[in-house]
Write a protein that binds this ligand. Structure first.
Ligand code: PHE
Ligand code: NA
Length: 506
């Protein structure tokens, strides 16, 4: 018979797990840099508009699908319409790609937590990162020379993820979130307060928050704001559909969504303040402009921060806190993304949890370990990340929105489903944002991105790498999704929409 669906014990556990998924590497290293690069203080405006018109409406959309159809993305979309299952598998596929490289950044952070103890990077953190730590090989496009210093922590990260997931939704994911989220908030607050007392902190904050109003007329800035909101809220990846499917029927959905969305953005602003206070200190000590030390993404966390740690009093403690926070933040996000794949497999085949976790965990671990902890792994990671976020997620979001709004015309039913149990009621505004504005903005973003990638390639990287790990992987995900959607479902599953009354009788 159909297995009984796992459940969160309380709404608080669900909210903590959802915050755990949302608050990740994107908040700590991605947001500060993106904000700085896209108009500083003025970025807050497109950011808030993207949050209110697309982020929160889409978060509610994911919740509604998971809550009404009570399934992993493939099952939920199958119940929505018999042809829509492929959208669910597409999300599962994108989640798989992200999981494979996201784990690697956590492994680096884990290693850097230990490096912090004796400031192992010496006085040239940039060379240390690329040459000593990653042993980057700039001659080859792609190869299989493994780096033990990355390989070992990566394996440990995967073992920990598998262990948590094997314990299940409540005992594994829920309990981890109950410990990690409050811990993260506490440690990170200590970090930010310490950063604010550094000499020159104000300089950094000025750099971050001084508005460049001309940025508002630049379409690239708006695209960056929408991109950040998407990645940061973990929407359209199937995560929130999956997590919402484990809720009791009568749960205040939109109220929970608002808590999650504002916690995530709050954490992001906090991270911006902390990171820029540190950069201000570094700029002041070196007698340079903040713009010179605010280098991009990965470089910020693994190059600029180590340099600061070496300069400041009590650096090792600060380093352990910072990299420890990256590990905690990333871990709960990684767990959420792998659960999407597991739940899809379980629903489709009827497999029990532990074998499903072991199967999915082994495949993820193997692919991740084969492709990434190598001397060419950094570029592979860069391409996977760029395409999964700017192409994969955006395309699947547009398709899902168009199908649900225009083909199956389900928005009113989803709205009723949420309103029946929620405190914050949705109306026509929600449907207009989702059915019209967001798909138009996303389609525009996508066209812009695809044409730039085709004409300019990406980041000066070799074409073979961009084609292989970018285009081929993303198209492969779609092809695989189509194949999976034609495979038969386990015989005991009920593919009709679960009725509210039946559910309540249970
Ligand atoms: N929301 C996470 C962050 O801000 C990123 C993430 C996206 C995690 C998708 C899992 C899945 O870092
Ligand atoms: Na986030």
């Amino acid at each position: 018979a159909e297995q009984v669906r796992e459940q969160w014990s309380t709404r608080t556990v669900f909210i903590l797990a959802a915050i755990g998924s949302a608050v990740g590497l994107g908040n700590i290293w991605r947001f500060p840099y993106v904000a700085y690069d896209n108009g500083g203080g003025a970025f807050i405006i497109p950011y808030l508009i993207a949050l209110l018109t697309a982020g929160i409406p889409l978060l509610f959309f994911d919740y509604a699908i998971g809550h009404k159809f009570r399934g992993s993305p493939p099952l939920a979309f199958k119940r929505l319409h018999k042809r829509a299952e492929v959208i669910g598998w597409w999300q599962v596929g994108v989640s798989f790609v992200i999981a494979v490289y996201y784990a690697v950044i956590i492994a680096w952070a884990a290693r850097y937590t230990i490096f912090s103890l004796d400031e192992a990077w010496g006085d040239d953190a940039a060379t240390f990162f690329s040459t000593d730590f990653l042993q980057q090989d700039s001659e080859s496009t792609f190869g299989f020379n493994y780096v033990t210093g990355v390989w070992v922590p990566l394996l440990l990260v995967w073992i920990a993820v598998i262990a948590v997931l094997a314990l299940g939704v409540q005992k594994g994911i829920g309990s981890t979130a109950k410990v990690f989220v409050p811990l993260l908030v506490t440690l990170f607050s200590v970090l930010v307060v310490r950063a604010l007392f550094l000499d020159g902190a104000g300089l950094g904050l000025d750099a971050l928050f001084t508005p460049d109003w001309s940025a508002l007329t630049d379409s690239g800035v708006w695209i960056a704001a929408y991109g950040q909101i998407f990645f940061s809220l973990s929407i359209a990846f199937g995560i929130m559909i999956t997590y919402a499917s484990y809720l009791k029927r009568k749960t205040n959905m939109t109220g929970s969504g608002l808590v999650v969305a504002f916690s995530n953005s709050g954490f992001e602003i906090l991270a911006g303040i902390g990171v820029f206070a540190v950069l201000g200190y570094m700029a002041q000590s070196d007698g340079v402009a903040v713009s010179e030390v605010a280098s991009s993404g990965i470089g910020l966390a693994f190059i600029a921060f180590p340099s600061v740690i070496s300069m400041m009093p009590g650096g090792p403690i600060f380093g352990v806190l910072f990299f420890g926070c990256l590990v905690f933040a990333g871990f709960t996000s990684l767990v959420s993304i792998v659960q999407v794949i597991i739940s899809g497999l379980q629903d489709k085949t009827g497999m029990a949890r532990v074998p499903a976790v072991l199967l999915v965990g082994t495949v993820c671990t193997a692919v991740s370990m084969i492709l990434l902890p190598t001397t060419t792994g950094l570029n592979v990671l860069d391409v996977l990340d760029k395409f999964a976020n700017n192409i994969g997620i955006v395309s699947v979001a547009v398709v899902a929105l168009v199908v649900v709004s225009w083909f199956t015309r389900s928005l009113p039913a989803l709205q009723d489903d949420l309103n029946a149990v929620s405190s914050f009621k949705l109306g026509i505004v929600w449907r207009v944002f989702l059915g019209v504005i967001t798909p138009v903005v996303l389609a525009y973003m996508l066209i812009d991105e695809v044409s730039t990638l085709i004409s300019d390639g990406y980041g000066g990287l070799p074409t073979g790498l961009v084609v292989g790990f970018g285009w081929v992987v993303q198209l492969g995900v779609v092809a695989l999704a189509i194949v999976l959607s034609f495979l038969p479902w386990q015989r005991s599953i009920d593919l009709t929409v679960p009725s509210t009354s039946k559910e309540e009788a249970k």
